[in-house]
Write a protein that binds this ligand. Structure first.
Ligand SMILES: CC(C)(COP(=O)(O)OP(=O)(O)OC[C@H]1O[C@@H](n2cnc3c(N)ncnc32)[C@H](O)[C@@H]1O)[C@@H](O)C(=O)NCCC(=O)NCCS
Ligand SMILES: Nc1ncnc2c1ncn2[C@@H]1O[C@H](COP(=O)(O)OP(=O)(O)OP(=O)(O)O)[C@@H](O)[C@H]1O
Length: 210
C-alpha cells in the first residue's frame, strides 16, 4: 500500500480538531461522527496506550509509583490527574512517556483509514498546538469558548471545584492563543446548533466530504 502522500490519490484531507479542555471538541466530533465523518480521538489513544501491561503503563508505575494504581490494578486516573495538573515537572514526565505512544497509535490509525480509501479524516487532538503537531494535519479547526464559559462548563461536567478546573485550564495554551493559530474557529459560546451551523459552512467551503 502506498505510504507517501505523493504516491496516493491526493484528494484526501486531514483535519485537526482542537481547542481546550471542555471547549466542546467532543460535542463537535460526535456530530461529525453522526454525519459519517471518520474521527480519530487522541484521548482514546491516550487511554489505550496506558492499559495494564503496555510499555507506557509500566513506565508510569516506575516513574509515579504504585500509589497511582486503582484497586483493580489499572491507573487511577483521578489520582494521576491530581498529581500532574498541579505539578509542571510531573506533567512533563507523564507527557514524555505517553505522547510518543499516542502519536504512533494515531498515525497507525490514520494510515489504515487512508489505505481504506477515506477522503476526510478528522484528528481530535486537544494538545495539538502544545505538542507542535501541526505537521500531522492539513487544516486546523479550533473549538473556542470564552475562558469563563470554559471554566463553568468544566466544573459542571466533571464536578470539579473552581481550583481543580483552573489547574487543568492553566496547564494548556489559552484558547485565545489557539484561536489565533487555527485555520478556522468555531465559536461554541452559543448553542450547539449555532456551532454546528458554523461547522457545516466550513466543511462546505473546504469541500470536506465524509
Ligand atoms: C492525567 C490523566 C490520567 C487524567 O485522566 P482523566 O480521565 O481525568 O482525563 P482525560 O484523559 O479524559 O483528559 C481530559 C482532558 O484533559 C486535558 N489533558 C489531559 N492530559 C493533559 C496534559 N498532559 N496536559 C494538558 N492537558 C491535558 C485534555 O484537554 C483532555 O481532553 C490523563 O489525562 C492522561 O493520561 N494525560 C496524559 C496524556 C495526555 O496528554 N492526554 C491528552 C491528549 S493526548
Ligand atoms: N454549545 C454548548 N452549550 C452548552 N453546553 C455545551 C456546549 N457545547 C458543549 N457543551 C457542554 O460542555 C461540556 C464540555 O464539552 P465537551 O465534552 O464536548 O468538551 P471537550 O472539548 O471535548 O472536552 P475534553 O477536552 O475535556 O474532552 C460538556 O458537558 C458539553 O455537554
Amino acid at each position: 500500500m502506498p505510504a507517501l502522500r505523493e504516491e496516493r490519490d491526493c484528494s484526501f484531507m486531514i483535519i485537526g480538531l482542537t481547542g481546550g479542555i471542555a471547549s466542546g471538541k467532543s460535542t463537535v466530533a460526535n456530530w461529525l461522527k453522526e454525519q459519517q465523518y471518520t474521527v480519530i480521538d487522541a484521548d482514546i489513544s491516550a487511554r489505550t496506550v496506558v492499559e495494564p501491561g503496555k510499555p507506557a503503563f509500566n513506565q508510569i508505575i516506575k516513574t509515579f509509583g504504585q500509589d497511582i494504581l486503582s484497586a483493580e490494578g489499572g491507573l487511577d486516573r483521578a489520582k494521576l490527574g491530581a498529581v500532574i495538573f498541579n505539578d509542571e515537572d510531573k506533567r512533563k514526565q507523564l507527557n514524555e512517556i505517553v505522547h510518543p505512544a499516542v502519536r504512533a497509535d494515531m498515525l497507525a490509525q490514520k494510515e489504515q483509514l487512508l489505505n481504506a480509501g477515506k477522503q476526510t479524516i478528522i484528528m481530535d487532538i486537544p494538545l495539538l498546538f502544545e505538542s507542535k503537531l501541526q505537521w500531522m494535519v492539513d487544516k486546523i479547526i479550533v473549538v473556542f469558548v470564552e475562558a469563563e464559559t470554559q471554566k463553568e462548563r468544566l466544573m459542571k461536567r466533571n464536578q470539579y471545584t473552581e481550583e481543580e478546573a483552573q489547574a487543568r485550564i492553566s496547564s494548556q495554551l489559552s484558547l485565545a492563543e489557539k484561536a489565533k493559530q487555527g485555520d478556522a474557529v468555531i465559536n461554541n459560546g452559543g448553542t450547539i446548533e449555532e456551532s454546528i451551523e458554523q461547522l457545516i459552512k466550513l466543511l462546505k467551503e473546504w469541500k470536506a466530504k465524509p
